[in-house]
Design a protein around this ligand. Structure first.
Ligand SMILES: [Ca+2]
Ligand SMILES: [Ca+2]
Length: 397
């Protein structure tokens, strides 16, 4: 009898626990797969899949969208067609060292691409491990002569990770290049605070008169041009792995997502000559209790989040399109690992003043890049190891 009572009690208690657990867990487990607050991802090109997609760009004059695959291929898609095909635009897969954090990582079209056919890529080569930024030229009939490659800049990479690799032109028509701290962990070589190293920095160079002998020049208004002890290419430094920069051309602001080490992921507005703290600081906190850390010396992130929200930030873009009026002027970004999306209203932003990121979606996928088409409409790249990655739009529900 005692046993039977115990069993009955056990069943009742168990049922109660299950009921409680279900009522508690149901919304929570839903949140693990997807969470939407006002917006959702929609497949932009349902018929098309991509292999290790890492960048999305437009060419500044046509409705073509360019999807960069880390393996060394760039696909061209016409956004005005109903069911567009992907057309191979560029292929250096035989040259590129891929993958992990190496590969073809960045693409930028020359501000005068329509006339000169120039575009720029950032990719990794082996023996020795090197980041290379090159210019290629496309002819009028869309043919690329691979012999047109003009190497702009090469930077040795001490370790295979933290190569950043995002490149972009500003309103000033200068080329901005992101370089991570070199890699490994904790910046063991101290590159990010070392102004004699290009690593851990955002560079700014002039490529408007590039020749093989003089592939770039230093803009006369670069911050360290008169300092003999500093690499004059450096525009900003103290960055760990600025995976994705983008210009908001309307406000003339350069946005960067900087991937953290152990604790914080950062969004930064990049200023001329700015020191963003790494590896003295991680986010708003002194890194590993460094004795010499003086937070006032560094530019703090505009926004940071901790390990409860994500592990690797994917910097985004300021939305200036028409289809989502409520997102106009908002910077939109995500976490690569957790698939959480945030927006922040940049309308009244002031220098170095933090603003709140609003988490508005979560998807169970790896988000590697944001990009916009010629109309400023937003695209999101899903990174996939098996060639099944897709490109999405963000739309109001
Ligand atoms: Ca590296
Ligand atoms: Ca920082």
């Amino acid at each position: 009898m005692a046993n039977r009572k115990a069993i009955v009690l056990f069943v009742i208690l168990g049922s109660l626990l299950i009921a409680i657990n279900f009522s508690y867990l149901l919304p929570f487990s839903t949140d693990l797969t997807t969470f939407n607050d006002g917006y959702e991802l929609n497949n932009a090109f349902p018929e098309l899949t991509f292999n290790h997609a890492v960048d999305i760009q437009n060419d500044g004059y046509s409705d073509n969208l360019y999807i960069v695959e880390q393996v060394g291929i760039i696909w061209k898609i016409s956004t005005s067609m109903d069911n567009p095909q992907k057309i191979e635009f560029f292929n250096i897969s035989d040259t590129v060292r891929c993958c992990g954090e190496t590969g073809l990582l960045g693409l930028a079209f020359d501000p005068n691409f329509i006339n000169n056919g120039y575009f720029y890529v950032d990719y990794t080569i082996d023996n020795p491990l090197t980041t290379r930024i090159s210019r290629f030229t496309i002819s009028n009939n869309s043919y690329i002569d691979y012999n047109s490659e003009l190497i702009i800049l090469e930077v040795l990479q001490p370790y295979s990770n933290h190569n950043a690799g995002s490149i972009a032109f500003g309103n000033d028509e200068m080329l901005y290049i992101t370089l991570g701290d070199g890699g490994s962990a904790n910046d063991p070589q101290g590159n990010s605070q070392n102004l004699q190293s290009l690593l851990g920095s955002i560079l700014r160079i002039n490529v408007s008169n590039s020749t093989i002998e003089n592939p770039y020049s230093i803009p006369s208004d670069n911050p360290f041009i008169n300092d003999q002890n500093v690499k004059s290419e450096i525009w900003a430094y103290g960055l760990r792995n600025p995976w994705k920069i983008s210009f908001d051309y309307q406000s003339d602001t350069l946005w960067a997502g900087d991937v953290g080490q152990n604790t914080y992921e950062e969004i930064n507005i990049i200023q001329k000559g700015g020191n963003y703290g790494w590896n003295a600081m991680e986010g708003n906190q002194c890194f590993q209790n460094q004795q010499d850390c003086s937070p006032d010396e560094f530019i703090p992130p505009i926004f940071q989040y901790g390990r409860d929200k994500g592990k690797s930030i994917t910097g985004g873009v300021v939305y200036r399109g028409l289809l989502n009026p409520n997102l106009y002027g908002h910077y939109i970004f995500a976490d690569y690992v957790t698939g959480r999306f945030w927006f922040m209203d940049t309308t009244n932003i002031q220098d170095n003043t933090s603003i709140e990121g609003v988490e508005f979606m979560k998807y169970n996928m790896y988000i590697s890049s944001f990009g916009v088409d010629i109309d400023g409409e937003l695209y999101v790249a899903q990174y996939d190891y098996n060639g099944e990655g897709q490109i999405f739009n963000i739309n109001a529900i």
